[in-house]
Design a binder for this molecule. Structure first.
Ligand SMILES: *Cc1c(COP(=O)(O)O)cnc(C)c1O
Length: 956
């Protein structure tokens, strides 16, 4: 490791703050002038209500330079111990091919991309996700898969909820295989309890027939390793009209009959072992696949095929109308941020290995497990099941402690179950590992000898006979050169932060610094199993403790849970805490949740998931919450009021004056205040939710705290709470088993490995730097508002004419004068080389823009110039140069098909279309497809790789 030269942190040359914040000192002066503010302090005073301003500065210690931060992380890494974890329980050692690690996981073209809502600039990652879905459909033998869910345990809970909606059995009872992973069961209990569903745990082969249940979750192979024939259990369930869900291991499925062939309706599981490091819990992609009849109920995002303006095939997110923003409290799931980057990695692992490669890996792993079993039998420890894939359970009796200790001396972790020991092998297992396990069990055996006398242990009746991954994409990239170029080709199709500003409101697409991204792939952070003994993860725990302390200081809360894997999961955990608190005071009837009409769609969806009844509070014309309406509704529901969920600064991008009053009203009626802190970027260092009256918030670390968006995930949504809610933070069977509220994630610290990113960010910024970042984020937003307002009016400002960290511009009047839609503007921005702002949220027909502090004045000006040039194009329509339907706005985005069109008959020139004002001919970003047809894609749902012939036909 490099040694830090420990010099002044304030030094401009080594200061990270100067690298993170876009505008220079000169830029700041110019922008202050443009917004008519005397100073940054004066601007803040005009933006935030004085009553909520934070008194004391953040106390986060001195900032480190990038070099010093890396040295510090190396010290933390040394406190983690890299053991060989054979614990299993849904997490396996895996080998991430180096070409994928460097070109996806460590490549900003992939990790800084946004969720692919704008399909034209997202074709690369959409193709990778379609490969993921194809892989999942093939391996599970089911018809439609999503991409993706947060982890296996929450996927199981989502599947249970899906089954509840579709089952013909009306009983509110659900059966869970006693051989599921314990954390899966725990998360399902958390989800079932508020909804009044009863979980029955038992042996599916003997207990299922007697149970009147709406559905069942069966694990395949079981958590113990046993491979059981689930066909009879599934048939019995289906005969009653109940749904069968199978949690399946993807690697095992390369050799075993698929869940679909066994009769399952739904399959779920984790794609972690397809190349994604364990990372002490995550992030990893979970999957869900369903029979065709259930596809319109599938939670999470689904990539589908559609056509573009020239009729060529184009990918897009399908069925977007199911998202929470539309369905709100009627949404059946709150999943928003998912695990896109990890699904991409898993799909590339399959592209890299192909079906033969995956089967070879599976056969090797199985071979090692079979040899291990033979040896253990010789040593008097016969595995409990004769049929297994890669995991063995043995009853070690009184020798258990001794064996675990001897294994630990060999730097091996075994799985410790209720009644015995578990040994789960994986693709990293070598003969030497197997011999070391034998030694732990008290015998010295030679792998080669035992190998010669061992037969495989997969039951004939369950062997896979069907082909999978037959699509050419899984066959054409076996050389590293082909693989490298395939990944490069896909990323070249996309527009991510490595090319241009992504001015999305509510999503904070700021810098994800390279230094912040480095440690998470170091083995000391990447290879730890989430259930490894705590003392092996001392570095991680030191990091968690410090990060929790910092986040408490930043938010004014008393305690933090690092468990939730996304903002929406944080909302869910926060509402569970509120629910637990009311119940502990004998107030379980408090079930009303007040939510302003402008709230993010996940808010009402999360409230519904904890069994709360949503009552919508009106907003005033200026966008503020209607305090009178809120007061009236709080009064009306005084006895039953559970909470208000309020976003601050508001989703309209303004610091409302009445926030403290709102908190007081709700508290006065016995309710709790949930403050949606996804957008803390306007507050860090300036104001603290815990100070001005909120009881609980989630913080999206993938927004404010620099975890990259990954093309739609991963994320982390820790929650902060005031002391009275701290006992009701999520527990976990592996950490706090006796907590009154159960876990919301499979792993106790969620996606632990990416917490390193936020940690390093805070470490390098320090308190002053973070405050400066917030100020510049607000200055940048006000600068954009000032520049655009004469062209596209800014919809909401506070009484002093200021916006917070984002602003909404309103092109709706132009629809009347020209016919231009918000879509036209968004797509035309692509021609100028920009990702569109957030469209139609929270106000339909408008654009929400959030520049963040990381964008320089030059980039802000480039964006504003593009918007102003677009306004001129709209003026041309207004002036009658051409109809909107014939304008470059409606034909946007323009592609190479346009510039090369020999039959050009448009009312504007090709260069007006392709190279509008200010666009460089040298550095032009070309999106690969024209405007994508949304309706077509939903009518003709195709969610796995189409045959290559489809492309050939379309190209003709
Ligand atoms: C992003 C966001 C959320 C949801 O966060 P996810 O991580 O996508 O689940 C919730 N509320 C607001 C205001 C947000 O901007």
């Amino acid at each position: 490791m490099m040694t830090a030269h420990r010099k002044s942190n304030g030094d401009i040359a080594t200061s990270f703050v100067r690298r993170h914040i876009g505008p220079s000192a000169g830029d700041v002066t110019a922008m202050l002038e443009a917004v008519s503010a005397k100073s940054v302090d004066a601007l803040m005073a005009e933006t935030l209500p004085a009553s909520i301003r934070q008194a004391a500065p953040l106390d986060l210690g001195k900032p480190l330079s990038e070099t010093e931060a890396i040295a510090h992380m190396a010290e933390l890494a040394r406190q983690n111990q890299v053991f060989t974890s054979l614990i299993g329980q849904g997490y396996s050692g895996t080998i991430l091919p180096a070409v994928i690690q460097r070109n996806i996981l460590e490549n900003p073209a992939w990790y800084t991309a946004y969720t692919p809502y704008q399909p034209e600039i997202s074709q690369g990652r959409l193709e990778a996700l379609l490969n993921f879905q194809t892989m999942i459909c093939d391996l599970t033998g089911l018809d439609v898969a999503n991409a993706s869910l947060l982890d296996e345990a929450t996927a199981a809970a989502e599947a249970m909820a899906l089954a509840e909606r579709h089952s013909q059995v009306k009983a509110k009872a659900f059966f869970v295989d006693r051989d599921v992973h314990p954390q899966t069961l725990a998360v399902m209990r958390t989800r079932a309890e508020p909804l009044g569903w009863n979980l029955i745990v038992g042996d599916p082969l003997t207990d299922l027939a007697k149970s009147d249940v709406l559905g069942a979750l069966l694990q395949y192979p079981g958590s113990s390793g046993a491979v059981r024939n689930l066909r009879p259990a599934i048939a019995a369930l289906k005969a009653k009209g109940a749904l069968a869900i199978v949690a399946a291991d993807l690697l095992a499925l390369t050799l075993l009959a698929s869940p679909g062939e066994l009769g399952a309706d739904i399959a779920i599981g984790s794609a972690q072992r397809f190349g994604v490091p364990m990372g002490y819990g995550g992030p990893h992609a979970a999957y869900m696949a369903v029979r065709d009849a259930l596809k319109r109920s599938l939670p999470g995002r689904i990539v589908g095929l559609s056509v573009d303006s020239r009729g060529a095939p184009a990918y897009r997110l399908a069925l977007q109308t199911r998202e929470q923003h539309i369905r709100r409290e009627k949404a059946t799931s709150n999943i928003c941020t998912a695990q896109v980057l990890l699904a991409v990695i898993a799909s590339m692992y399959a592209v890299y290995h192909g079906p033969e490669g995956l089967m070879q890996i599976a056969r090797n792993v199985h071979r090692r497990a079979a040899v291990l079993a033979s040896g253990l039998r010789k040593l008097g420890f016969a595995p409990l099941s004769d049929s297994f894939f890669d995991t063995l359970s043995v009853d070690a009796g009184a020798k258990r402690v001794e064996i675990v200790a001897r294994a630990a001396a060999e730097k091996i972790n075994l799985g410790i179950g209720d009644s015995g020991l578990r040994i789960a092998l994986d693709e990293t297992t070598t003969p030497a590992t197997v011999e070391a396990v034998w030694r732990a069990f008290g015998g010295t055996l030679a792998y080669a000898e035992i190998d010669a006398e061992t037969r495989e242990a997969l039951p004939d009746e369950l062997k896979r006979t069907t082909a999978f991954l037959t699509h050419p994409v899984f066959h054409a990239h076996r050389s590293e050169t082909e693989m490298l170029r395939y990944m490069r080709k896909l990323s070249d199709r996309d527009l991510a932060l490595d090319r241009a500003m992504i001015p999305l409101g509510s999503c904070t697409m700021k810098l994800n610094a390279t230094t912040e991204m480095m440690p998470l792939t170091w083995p000391e952070f990447a290879t730890l199993h989430p259930f490894a003994p705590r003392e092996q993860a001392a570095g991680y725990h030191a990091l968690f403790a410090r990060l929790e302390k910092w986040l408490c200081d930043i938010t004014g809360y008393d305690a933090i849970s690092l468990q939730p894997n996304s903002g929406a999961q944080g909302e869910y955990a926060g509402l569970l805490a509120i629910r637990g608190y009311h119940a502990s005071r004998g107030q379980s009837q408090r079930k009303i949740c007040l939510i302003p009409s402008s709230a993010h769609g996940t808010n009402p969806a999360s409230a519904a998931m904890v069994g709360m009844d949503v009552v919508v509070v009106a907003c005033e014309k200026n966008g503020d919450v209607d305090v009178n309406d809120l007061r009236a509704k709080a009064e009306r529901h005084s006895d039953d009021l559970a909470a208000v969920m309020i976003t601050y600064p508001s989703t309209h991008g303004v610091f409302e004056e009445h926030i403290s009053e709102i908190c007081d009203i709700v508290h006065g009626h016995g309710g709790q205040v949930y403050l949606d802190g996804a957008n803390l970027n306007a507050q860090v260092g300036l104001s603290r939710p815990g100070d001005y009256g909120a009881d609980v918030s989630h913080l999206n670390l993938h927004k404010t705290f620099c975890i990259p968006h990954g093309g739609g995930g991963p994320g982390m949504g820790p929650i902060g709470v005031r002391a009275h809610l701290a006992p009701f933070l999520p527990g976990h069977p592996a950490a706090k088993a006796d907590a009154p509220v159960g876990p919301v994630s499979a792993a106790p610290f969620g996606s632990a490995s990416i917490l390193t990113i936020s940690y390093i960010y805070i470490l390098m910024m320090g308190g002053e730097g973070l405050k400066r970042a917030t100020e510049i984020a607000i200055l940048n937003a006000n600068y954009i508002a000032a520049r655009l307002d004469p062209h596209f009016p800014v919809l909401y400002k506070n009484a002093k004419g200021r916006v917070a960290h984002e602003c909404i511009v309103d092109p709706r009047p132009l629809k009347t004068t020209s016919g231009v839609t918000v879509d036209d503007i968004a797509k035309r921005l692509i021609d100028y080389g920009f990702h569109a702002p957030t469209m139609s949220f929270p106000v339909p027909g408008t654009l929400m823009i959030e520049p963040t502090e990381s964008e320089s004045k030059a980039e802000l000006d480039r964006f504003c110039d593009a918007m102003i040039a677009i306004r001129k194009e709209i003026a041309e329509v207004e002036a009658g140069r051409f109809e909107i339907a014939a304008s470059p706005l409606r034909h946007a985005p323009h592609t190479v098909h346009d510039i090369a069109d020999d039959d050009w008959k448009r009312a504007y020139t090709r260069s007006e279309g392709c190279f509008p004002d200010g666009v460089s001919r040298t550095d032009k970003y070309w999106c690969p497809v024209g405007r994508v047809d949304n309706v077509y894609g939903d009518r003709n749902l195709v969610c796995s790789c189409p045959p290559v012939s489809d492309y050939a036909q379309a190209a003709e």
